[in-house]
Design a protein around this ligand. Structure first.
Ligand code: PBG
Length: 332
């Protein structure tokens, strides 16, 4: 059959024909304002070491932090998230190092806030970098005791706030933690410290490289399914997020990212609160290894980040933050 000019009168390809038209009609974009960079810190001096399971990601000793922070500043990344690699001799059953005002995280926060006062600093609240068993809370008879853990988490949040951290990010998934942490922060005068709650954090298989990076992988017994969410569930994420908002969360986070785009979209549509996504270590490493082995090309990174924007995320915690910030100018 010959097409006689009447059909098709709608041609979607007309808005794809040129680069400038594609730019004009684009519905979403990733900007450097959307990026949060996780940084791993470690003890020692003059150390910048590779993390085998996360190509391109490194651990920094305190006196080398400036090398990455200068780039964060140069490329105008709004916020960093600090994670500590704790040596075995500083880990114990109750994760007491979390309450040391001079632990790696507190020292890093003080350093960054002094040298880079205009860059936001976010700190995890959870005990897993510090416990000898790798769990986020206190073990009592082989179970994570919710309320005993809360007592320690509140103290951990307070010392991080005292060190100058701008954003407290509880990632532990204990019930009631946002409420008690918000109350304690306010009581001590930290009313301007924000809370980003890892509200819908799933018991995911994609955290492996991160656990390696903070040194908890080999020691973690069993899994975190009694506190992190079951990946079969959607409704439960509404309950988690509803509670966290009621308890005082300023921003909610969905974690992991790519396998949970449906959750981001649902939460964005149903709650009028900023939603962040965490593109976790396993997602990062999969993409990296794919690129390294020439299975996929480099632009898969921006494509993955764009999916978060499409789903409705305001910002993305991603190990790609720096390399994407460098490239964003050239994109399109
Ligand atoms: C610890 C924590 C984890 C991540 C961030 N904070 C791991 C876990 O819950 O086991 C994962 C981040 C990543 O995989 O990139 N509470």
């Amino acid at each position: 059959m010959k097409i006689n000019g009447k059909f098709p009168n709608v041609r979607l390809r007309r808005v794809r024909n040129s680069k400038w038209m594609r730019n004009l009609v684009s519905e979403n974009n990733v900007s450097v304002n959307d990026l949060i960079l996780p940084i791993f810190v470690r003890e020692g001096k003059n150390i910048i070491e590779n993390i085998k399971t996360m190509p391109g990601v490194k651990r920094y000793s305190l006196n080398k932090l400036s090398s990455i922070m200068n780039l964060v500043k140069k490329y105008k990344i709004p916020m960093v998230a600090i994670f500590p690699y704790t040596p075995k001799n500083k880990k114990d059953k109750n994760g007491l190092e979390a309450l040391n005002k001079n632990n790696l995280v507190c020292k890093s926060v003080r350093y960054i806030k002094k040298k880079f006062p205009n860059i936001g600093v976010m700190c995890d609240v959870a005990l897993d970098p510090y416990t000898s068993h790798g769990h986020d809370g206190i073990l009592v008879k082989n179970r994570i005791d919710n309320d005993k853990t809360l007592e320690i988490l509140v103290k951990q949040a307070l010392i991080q706030a005292e060190a100058g951290c701008d954003v407290i990010a509880p990632s532990d998934m204990m019930d009631g933690r946002i409420g008690v942490i918000r109350k304690a922060l306010d009581k001590k005068g930290y009313k301007n410290v924000s809370i980003i709650s890892y509200s819908a954090k799933y018991a995911s298989n994609f955290y492996g490289p991160f656990r390696d990076a903070v040194g908890s992988k080999s020691i973690l017994k069993s899994d975190k399914k009694t506190y992190q969410m079951d990946f079969r569930n959607t409704n439960e994420s509404f309950r988690e997020i509803g509670l966290d908002i009621k308890e005082g969360a300023d921003i909610v986070m969905i974690k992991p990212g790519l396998p949970y785009l449906d959750i981001i979209r649902n939460i964005k549509e149903n709650f009028k609160i900023p939603v962040f996504a965490y593109q976790v270590s396993g997602e990062y490493s999969l993409i990296k290894f794919g690129i390294k082995n020439k299975l996929i090309n480099n632009n898969s990174v921006i494509e993955s980040l764009m999916s978060f924007k499409r789903a409705g995320a305001s910002a993305i915690v991603t190990y790609f933050a720096l390399e994407i910030a460098k490239k964003l100018k050239n994109f399109n």
